[in-house]
Design a protein around this ligand. Structure first.
Ligand code: FPP
Length: 245
């Protein structure tokens, strides 16, 4: 199918409720253009802007994006600082439009450990959009899925020591209720750009039955037509959740 044909074939009454995205390939995109990696992140921010706008327009209910992982601290300090700066810039630039479009910001991850300017920006965005009722934009910041699960296990262990929980009552619902995503459904579709076939510690618990779509396109080049290709692909799948047809 031609790139522009997917949109014509998408069933807009069956848009996935929750789309999650691993926005990968900013660095490679920049390298190919003989530009510094930071320019790739800057272009990645524009791709994020486009994607949020399109998802809200086609009535995706939840959009989760992996903006900064617990492992990303291993990058050179200049790149980490640039990403932190970009987060503040993203919020400053986008907050009015996000609010106008009735989008509610949500954060998964330990954002309190980010530099103070980022924490302030994040809190401003959370507060400004807290009563919005449209799409939820869930930004994963200083997020790692294993760490999220460890955090839940610690809460359970403490409650158990205090006799507030009986080990026999520990079930999937209880664990799910202690994750950052406690109030939102699991992703229906996980998109990863830049071709890598891995989950990279993103929402491990939540993607148990999520449909995966990997595109070779680098994140800064991600656009509406590739989103439509991903959604079209998703709509061709038969989701059985381990059962039979
Ligand atoms: C992966 O590309 C991308 C990231 C680690 C950061 C994602 C950040 C953005 C899309 C920028 C804007 C968003 C906010 C909210 C700050 P990579 O650097 O791993 O690329 P590579 O694998 O080609 O090196």
């Amino acid at each position: 199918m031609d790139k522009t044909d997917y949109e014509k074939s998408v069933n807009f009454s069956k848009i996935p409720r929750h789309i999650a995205i691993i926005m990968d390939g900013n660095g490679r995109w920049a390298n190919r253009k003989f530009m510094p990696r930071t320019m790739g992140h800057k272009a990645g921010m524009e791709a994020l802007h486009r994607t949020v706008e399109t998802c809200a327009r086609i009535k995706v209910a939840f959009l989760s994006v992996y903006a900064f992982s617990t492992e990303n601290w291993k990058r050179p300090p200049e790149e980490v600082n640039y990403l932190m700066q970009l987060l503040v810039e993203y919020i400053d630039k986008e907050i009015d439009e996000l609010h106008r479009n009735n989008i509610k910001i949500m954060i998964t991850g330990d954002y309190a450990a980010l530099p103070v300017q980022c924490v302030k920006g994040v809190e401003k965005a959370l507060d400004r959009t807290k009563n919005n009722t449209g799409m939820i934009l869930n930004i994963a910041l200083n997020y790692g899925s294993r760490r999220e699960i460890v955090r839940a296990v610690r809460i359970i262990a403490e409650k158990s020591l205090n006799n507030e929980i009986n080990p026999a009552d520990i079930d999937e619902d209880l664990i799910g209720s202690l994750l950052y995503t406690q109030n939102i459904p699991d992703p229906d579709l996980l998109i990863r750009t830049a071709g890598e076939m891995r989950i990279s510690n993103f929402m491990l618990w939540q993607v148990a039955y999520t449909e995966l779509f990997v595109t070779p396109v680098m994140w800064p080049d991600f656009d509406r037509s590739i989103l439509m290709q991903a959604i079209w692909n998703y709509q061709q799948r038969e989701r059985r959740f381990g059962g039979l047809k």
